[in-house]
Design a protein around this ligand. Structure first.
Ligand code: SF4
Ligand code: SF4
Length: 313
């Protein structure tokens, strides 16, 4: 029933990712940076074993690893003298290309150093943030084999797309660095919030008008200097909504979601107690109950917003 996926392979990818930090012309983590929670390493740390995963998801996991590695190795294909500005028609074409790859949300923003995970770096400071919807019907069966498979499938497809977008930009003469949705080099929900794709929920997930919390995120970092970077965020009301909702806090089986998120001195906020989440998550098909029970997974964003703001008047 189970197959083991090579932990050494994963460690090699981490080594490759970490090799970018501190290099000339990269933007590296800062002293305020968060530590990445690497699920495969957690398995090894807690159980002293390799990564046990169900056979049906194995091909997606292997493909994820392959594409994580490609994202770093293909950096060498960037031009020594890349273009830095994009024409309006080229930006439209980029949008059209990305949308054709089953991407539901696109946002542009600058990467703040404190969003970069400890020991990591991005090759370019401007980010194209990509969102891909998961299948709501399958996620609504969570925790289940079906939802787990859909999660891995989305990671896999989105990882392929991130690499394709990076290659597309290189073909047009720009420089790029793809960042796989699995793990990520940057705290994606924060980056996506900054890019205007949504607001932060109590569950620590990005809540979006695109498909609530039922999506995965990735990014492509690029040297393009005149991208239409997002300014401001219209989703700030979600915090107040979450304060009166609290469904995910009540429904999380091991009680891992903080009722009052912890604010650190650095300004970083922790929503989840990983020590409580991980054992349940790893024994129950990646759990996903916090996505399933969120009202934004069932009711359209605009409807929730309208009703909530009306009640507040
Ligand atoms: S994945 Fe499950 S255990 Fe973890 S925070 Fe969400 S509901 Fe809780
Ligand atoms: S379930 Fe409620 S409290 Fe939790 S993230 Fe969704 S809206 Fe916010």
């Amino acid at each position: 029933m189970f197959e083991r996926i090579g932990l050494p392979k994963f460690l090699r990818i981490i080594e490759l990712e970490d090799s970018l930090a501190g290099k000339d012309n990269t933007l590296s983590f800062s002293t305020d940076s968060p530590t990445r929670f690497d699920i495969p390493l957690e398995f090894a740390r807690r159980q002293g074993i390799d990564i046990p995963l169900r056979v049906k998801t194995t091909s997606h996991i292997l493909s994820c690893m392959k594409n994580m590695k490609k994202a770093i190795l293909e950096l060498k294909n960037n031009s020594q003298n890349p273009r830095r500005t994009i024409e309006e028609n080229e930006l439209d074409e980029l949008h059209t290309f990305i949308k054709s790859l089953n991407i539901s949300g696109i946002g542009f923003t600058r990467v703040p150093q404190e969003f970069i995970f400890e020991k990591k770096a991005v090759a370019y400071e401007n980010a194209i943030v990509l969102a891909m919807n998961m299948d709501n019907e399958k996620i609504n069966t969570a925790p289940s084999k079906k939802s787990l498979k859909n999660i891995w499938m989305t990671y896999d497809k989105l990882g392929v797309v991130a690499n394709r977008v990076a290659r597309y930009l290189r073909e047009k003469g720009f420089a790029s660095h793809a960042s796989h949705p699995l793990g990520g080099i940057v705290l994606y929900p924060r980056l996506a919030e900054k890019a205007g794709l949504g607001g932060f929920g109590k569950s620590g997930l990005l809540i979006t008008p695109i498909n609530g919390p039922t999506l995965r995120l990735a990014a492509v970092y690029t040297n393009i200097e005149n991208l239409p970077l997002n300014e401001g965020n219209e989703h700030g009301w979600i915090k107040d909504y979450c304060d009166q909702c609290g469904i995910c806090v009540k429904e999380c089986p091991p009680g891992a979601i903080h009722k009052n998120p912890i604010k650190h001195e650095t300004g970083r906020v922790t929503h989840i107690d990983n020590e409580k989440c991980f054992p349940y998550f790893s024994n129950n098909f990646a759990c996903t109950i916090c996505i399933k029970v969120c009202p934004f997974n069932k009711i359209p964003y605009e409807k929730i917003k309208e009703n909530f703001l009306k009640k507040k008047e």
